[in-house]
Design a protein around this ligand. Structure first.
Ligand code: NAG
Ligand code: NAG
Ligand code: NAG
Ligand code: NAG
Ligand code: NAG
Ligand code: NAG
Ligand code: NAG
Ligand code: NAG
Length: 397
């Protein structure tokens, strides 16, 4: 009796061992899969909860988060953001904010984004984590990864990781929100050149302060300097980059109301800057692909996707494309959602799922999910995303 039973036990043990090793094999794809997130409030998962800033750049109070999390996480939405859905599609857990307290091992990447941040250090300076600081946090994280996993393994992780960016909106909207006089000093293409220049790396530039700085000039500047593009992340092994271009900034409820006449049209000045930026960005990415060996990217046409939803809401199962769910005043464009900012009064819609805009500048979870789906797998000939989709990036070696 004894022997067969111990044979049985050994057999059982063996089966258990095999099945656990099978399990870990089926989880294997999660090893060396990581998502690093940089940028602004379209992607901030709560970093600004932990910095010294004002409620203008925070969303850690009700009704933010009311739909999905049921508590405010710091995300500028009623629920999840694009990056949260992308993590889900890549079968990763939610990517945590870098500044969350505690001693964490970020196995599957980490989120450095900060609401209000721009590519320029001057943008909402002192209240946000600017792009350069986000990059310095990334350097720290890359060093930690190397000491934990060793050179070789860390290199594999960093080169297979996807680096997602949303940056630029605040560099342009801040001009209108703070009555900045920067456009008296620089022409629009010139200013776009400076923003893009800071996005590429910290390189020395001499931009001639001539007001007639044509777009072709901006583009030739980019031709000359694109080899520096994201050289820092690239230098640390980053190869797969995903970008979200700028929305029609002048049509966000909070920017629309800046017009002195406050009629229903968009603030064209802001949208023109966004348009110049988007043109320069796509050119920069094409150049980078040519010049940097192994550089792969996905560029999402946020502008087109959002405009379609604003103009033809019902086609996307939405009811309201211009008025925000939460806020006050015309289009609920006054940034008062939650009653913790300068203006205390606010209205809150009953069903955020019917709206494109959650608050004066940001979108509802419903729309973020639709956009993330497009980024993940929209046919890459659709002019919505390309040359790669996010799925392509995650699945490639
Ligand atoms: C936070 O910022 C305010 C205003 O800039 C400053 O007065 C205060 O000392 C800062 N607090 C900390 C803890 O840094
Ligand atoms: C910007 O300037 C306009 C007109 O001069 C003024 O009405 C508005 O309050 C100013 N806004 C800020 C944020 O200073
Ligand atoms: C970056 O921005 C600063 C202003 O913040 C500007 O002086 C500098 O020229 C920009 N750098 C590049 C590379 O464009
Ligand atoms: C780019 O480089 C070309 C050739 O070196 C030069 O003629 C041109 O002025 C440069 N453009 C800018 C904007 O620096
Ligand atoms: C809105 O204002 C712009 C610029 O002042 C003007 O051209 C346009 O006709 C106005 N539209 C309406 C609907 O009043
Ligand atoms: C957005 O797309 C529309 C339509 O393709 C275009 O006219 C507009 O200039 C674009 N705006 C931006 C900010 O890219
Ligand atoms: C949306 O509507 C605006 C103004 O009504 C128009 O300029 C723009 O071309 C439209 N965009 C799309 C994608 O239909
Ligand atoms: C995109 O490509 C797919 C497959 O290659 C094709 O079936 C589809 O018709 C294309 N769509 C467009 C808009 O060209």
């Amino acid at each position: 009796m004894e022997r067969p039973s111990s044979v049985f036990l050994i057999l059982v043990l063996h089966v258990v061992l095999i099945s656990t090793s099978c399990d870990s094999r089926s989880e294997r794809p999660r090893k060396n899969v990581a998502l690093f997130v940089f940028g602004d409030s379209f992607l901030d998962a709560g970093n600004n909860n932990y910095i010294n800033t004002t409620t203008l750049d925070q969303a850690n109070f009700w009704p933010y988060g009311e739909t999905y999390f049921k508590f405010p996480t710091g995300r500028f939405s009623d629920g999840r953001l694009m990056s949260d859905f992308i993590a889900e599609y890549a079968k990763l857990p939610l990517i945590p904010p870098f500044l969350q307290p505690g001693n964490h091992l970020y196995h599957n990447g980490v989120n450095f984004a900060s609401a209000g941040a721009g590519a320029l250090a001057e943008t909402f300076q002192g209240a946000v984590i600017d792009l350069k600081t986000q990059q310095s946090y990334f350097k720290k994280e890359a060093a930690r990864l190397r000491s934990r996993l060793g050179e070789v393994e860390a290199k594999v992780t960093l080169s297979r990781a996807v680096y997602l960016f949303s940056i630029g909106s605040n560099d342009y909207t801040s001009i209108f929100l703070t009555n900045s006089s920067v456009l008296n000093t620089y022409s629009k293409p010139e200013y776009v050149g400076i923003v893009i220049g800071n996005l590429t790396a910290t390189i020395k530039v001499r931009l001639s302060p001539v007001l007639q700085f044509l777009l072709s000039r901006t583009e030739s500047y980019i031709d000359n300097h694109s080899k520096y593009f994201w050289q820092d992340v690239y230098k640390r092994g980053g190869r797969k980059f995903a970008f979200i271009n700028l929305p029609p900034l002048g049509c966000l409820p909070g920017i629309r109301i800046i017009r002195p006449d406050k009629n229903s049209s968009c603030l064209e000045e802001a949208s023109i800057l966004a348009k110049l930026h988007n043109r320069a960005l796509s050119k920069l990415l094409r150049k980078s692909e040519e010049q940097l060996k192994g550089f792969k990217y996905s560029l999402f046409n946020f502008n087109l996707s959002l405009r379609r939803r604003m103009n033809h809401s019902s086609k996307y199962g939405l009811k309201e494309g211009k008025i925000a769910c939460c806020g006050t005043g015309q289009f609920r464009g006054v940034f008062s959602c939650g009653g913790k900012r300068t203006v205390k009064e606010f209205e809150l819609c009953e069903n955020p799922n019917e709206y494109v805009f959650w608050d004066s500048y940001h979108l509802t979870e419903r729309v973020y999910k639709q956009l993330a789906e497009q980024m993940w797998n929209e046919a890459s000939n659709s002019s919505m995303v390309g040359p790669y989709t996010l799925r392509d990036l995650f699945q490639s070696k």
